[in-house]
Design a protein around this ligand. Structure first.
Ligand SMILES: [Zn+2]
Length: 78
């Protein structure tokens, strides 16, 4: 048996993590580092696009103007 399974794992984490959009953009440590550099915290959402919306909101508004719910999230990330 030398059949290579199709690779759906994240190449960066190589952890058996399924390579979903959600992971690649918002959960992968590398992605989170990038968002951190942009001072954006991807909010975990039910859907990929829900998270996109949260990011758009953060980018379009100054950090000091964030909603309390968002501040909670950011502080939970240290
Ligand atoms: Zn990853």
């Amino acid at each position: 048996m030398h059949k290579q399974r199709p690779s759906y794992d994240c190449a960066i984490c190589n952890n058996g993590i399924e390579k979903t959009l959600q992971h690649l953009f918002f959960q992968c440590p590398l992605a989170l580092t990038c968002w951190n550099m942009l001072q954006v915290t991807p909010v975990d959402s039910d859907s990929f696009f829900g998270t996109i919306e949260s990011i758009k909101a953060q980018i379009s508004s100054p950090m000091r103007n964030t909603k309390p719910q968002l501040e909670e999230w950011i502080s939970s990330f240290g």
